[in-house]
Design a protein around this ligand. Sequence first.
Ligand code: V0D
Length: 259
Amino acid sequence: MFNKFRLGKKQEHSSTLRDKIEELKKQPIPEHVAIIMDGNGRWAKKRALPRVAGHHEGMKVVRKTTMLANKLGIKALTLYAFSTENWKRPKNEVEYIMRLPEEFLGTFLPELVENNVQVKMIGYKNQLPVHTLHAIEKAIEETKDNNGLVLNFALNYGSRAEIIDAVKQVLNDSKNGILNETDLNEDIFSSYLMTSEFKDPDLLIRTSGEIRLSNFMLWQLAYSEFWFTDVLWPDFSENHLLEAIEVFQKRQRRFGGIL
Ligand code: V0D
């Protein structure tokens, strides 16, 4: 109980949370978890705050979720932070969102380094503001030798465009004799996607009550478990992630029984 006062750092977990983590670790933990972080605007609206306040609050949840994922021994966490469709939002909102990586990394990069987290990104980099890209590339560079959790931001990412681009590269490699048409299979095709270095997600989480993929990792999620919640992303807590993993483990066990 005295600990409560001595351990002021926010990433310290309560004993009940620690117990839950240890309990879950007795069963297989999903290696790659992907999250569609939805509901930030709605969270703000409910509080009569500007939408950007929801995005800012959502950023703090990214940090908490990352730290817990790391503790659980999850190997990769892919977070859908910005879709290719999100450019249609009001200009001021997009500009604000594009400052979030700098703010996030300015505050938390030292903590990510300390915790051995490796930062990565998938998505179309060339359309991003240079200040955004610079901050992210610096973080990628500074964490490239870390071997803990891979924190992968899907940013200006769209799955159909990714697939079309992969097809174009396949055609090009075929034309240039680098690839034989007869050799093309699912594994080879996967190696042309932006996610080539990742295994397919074992678990997809989407917050905010929408039950759809919204052009996120269409190919990669073919065999993944899905967990949807009405909870808005800024309200997503450690307990929600643990619940999603518990459900994942129960489904895995049932599946195992049938086979
Ligand atoms: C807004 C909820 C962290 C989703 C989370 C540019 C919407 C908060 C990052 C981030 C966003 C990205 C890359 C990186 C470090 C941090 C972020 C965006 C939006 C899109 F290396 N939060 N966050 N990026 N939001």
